[in-house]
Design a protein around this ligand. Structure first.
Ligand code: KIV
Ligand code: ZN
Length: 505
């Protein structure tokens, strides 16, 4: 059965505390959502501001494959604003729970019902597609909720949505009221689940199992308070878990990670590392037992292959590591220690772990160099020219010349400071050549006064999800940052080339 994905990243997602998008940013996200394959995009709440209106207009004019919807209270002025924005599809809502009626709206149940009917009729008289939401449905008197759904269906609504506004429902209860809604309205039912108790996706699935045809979701689960049901979790659960029926969506799952990253960078909300599907650790393995299992057959400790969602599996060593994990990580850089050397490297890694230290590939490679008494890794990228200008009144500007596998490249860029300008200039080159972008940048000063040494740690990622870290120590922050960045790029390119070679074997 095909489940309709109604994405509300640009409406409920934008209601995340601290998030505000420009019209152009909204359009950029809508483009990604359309490419991802969502069926409907809730582009915003047209009445709230001029910028919101402008963003929705841009999205309406973009000729997307997805249907474009806008939010409206059950007020004529909200619905008129939606029409002015160019929308042909509205999501109109009014609260129906006694707590909202008494303290927020100061309306009786009958008055709220009358407003709901009037709004649906008005929307239909304007030729709009109308989806009606009974806000706080899951805390609404069950008989009254059924009555509301029945009457708005009679008034001509095209779809009914069941919002679990404060994430208060259990999977069992939302299933019951979904059945009520189907019986009372005979319309397609959507569910809109919030995550206050971490049950948003479970609740959405439960409603779908009893006949809801659509779920309102957001990328990375962003939204009011604890957020909404996350698109990536719901889609992958529907596609991969065992249910009585087979569920499908129109989502191109290979684009999930890329879309998650894009939205996270635009809205400025980090994805927690242990988040399912799109969190950094979702396909990372540290402990020796797990690494050994995954290297023998990834299905031992991975429920799905990372490639399905556009990701790459990675290993990290630490105090739980085993010889298999260490060998696998070093193999990514083309390094093959002997058995004895591997054990010595492992011992040293465990010692660092016991001291509470985080062992990245930087530490692993340096330990390996010592144990194997070898020079550093093969370098594919060389810095052959560099200058940066900064000062009061001028935007810092950097010039970078790189030689990548024998070819020269030049990059120039501005930045908020000299480090930013230099990194931007490097990324201009490597973004095109190797699709490498910076994921983390950390600057520490190593005791002392103005002549103190600085330590720069950089984590880079390529378009295939390969990660590499690099660390550099020096006196000059800009040069040290550039060196760390070049080292990171070298490592990630080496990993990619070796991986391609291994695949070709
Ligand atoms: O959570 C909610 O109730 C909403 C409504 C606007 C439908 O987002
Ligand atoms: Zn909501």
């Amino acid at each position: 059965m095909k489940i309709r994905i109604f994405d509300t990243t640009l409406r409920d997602g934008e209601q995340t505390p601290g998030v505000a998008l420009t019209p152009e940013q909204k359009l950029g996200i809508a483009e990604k959502l359309d490419a991802l394959g969502v069926d409907a995009i809730e582009a915003g709440f047209p009445i709230i501001s001029d910028g919101e209106m402008q963003g929705i207009k841009l999205i309406c004019n973009a000729n997307f494959r997805a249907e474009i919807c806008g939010l409206a209270r059950t007020d004529k002025k909200d619905i008129d604003a939606a029409v002015s924005a160019g929308l042909k599809y509205i999501h109109t809502f009014i609260a129906t729970s006694d707590i909202h009626l008494k303290y927020k709206l100061k309306l009786t149940r009958d008055q709220a019902l009358a407003k709901a009917i009037e709004a649906v009729e008005y929307g239909k008289s304007l030729g709009l597609q109308v989806e009606f939401s009974a806000e706080d449905a899951t805390r609404t008197d069950r008989e009254f909720l059924k009555k509301v759904f029945k009457e708005v269906a009679n008034a001509g609504a095209d779809r009914i949505d069941i919002p679990d506004t404060v994430g208060y429902s259990t999977p069992g209860y939302i299933a019951e009221i979904t059945k009520d809604a189907i019986e009372a309205s005979h319309l397609p039912i959507s569910v809109h689940c919030h995550n206050d108790f971490g049950l948003a996706v479970a609740n959405a699935i439960s409603a779908i199992q009893v006949g809801a045809q659509c779920a309102h979701v957001t990328i990375n689960g962003i939204g009011e308070r604890a957020g909404n049901a996350s698109l990536e979790e719901l889609v992958m659960a529907l596609q991969c878990l065992q249910f009585d029926k087979k569920y499908e969506t129109n989502i191109d799952t290979k684009l999930l990670y890329e879309t998650s990253r894009y939205v996270s960078s635009i809205v400025g909300i980090h994805v927690q590392p242990n988040k399912a599907i799109v969190g950094e650790n979702a396909f990372g393995h540290e402990s020796g037992i797990h690494t050994h299992g995954v290297l023998s057959n990834p299905l031992t400790y991975e429920p799905i292959s990372p490639e399905i969602v556009g990701r790459t599996r990675w290993f990290q060593v630490g105090k739980h590591a085993g010889a298999h994990g260490v060998s696998a990580m070093l193999e990514e850089y083309g390094i093959q220690p002997t058995r004895e050397q591997t054990h010595e490297i492992l011992e040293r890694v465990k010692k660092l772990g016991d001291q509470g230290k985080h062992v990245t590939d930087v530490e692993l490679l340096s330990i390996t160099g010592e144990v194997m008494q070898t020079q550093g890794l093969k370098r594919l990228v060389h810095l052959t020219g560099f200058s940066v200008s900064t000062g009061m009144g001028n935007m810092p500007y950097a010039f970078v010349k790189l030689n990548i596998e024998g070819k020269d490249f030049i990059g120039t860029d501005y930045g908020v400071g000299p480090v930013d300008a230099s990194i931007n200039a490097i990324q201009k080159i490597t973004g095109e050549i190797a699709k490498v972008r910076i994921k983390d940048y950390k600057l520490d000063s190593i005791a002392g006064g103005s002549d103190a040494l600085c330590e720069v740690t950089i984590k880079v990622e390529d378009a295939y999800g390969n990660l590499a870290s690099a660390k550099s120590v020096g006196e000059d922050i800009v040069i040290t940052s550039v060196q760390a960045m070049i080292d990171g790029i070298n490592r990630i390119m080496l990993k990619k080339i070796l991986k391609q070679k291994n695949l070709g074997k």
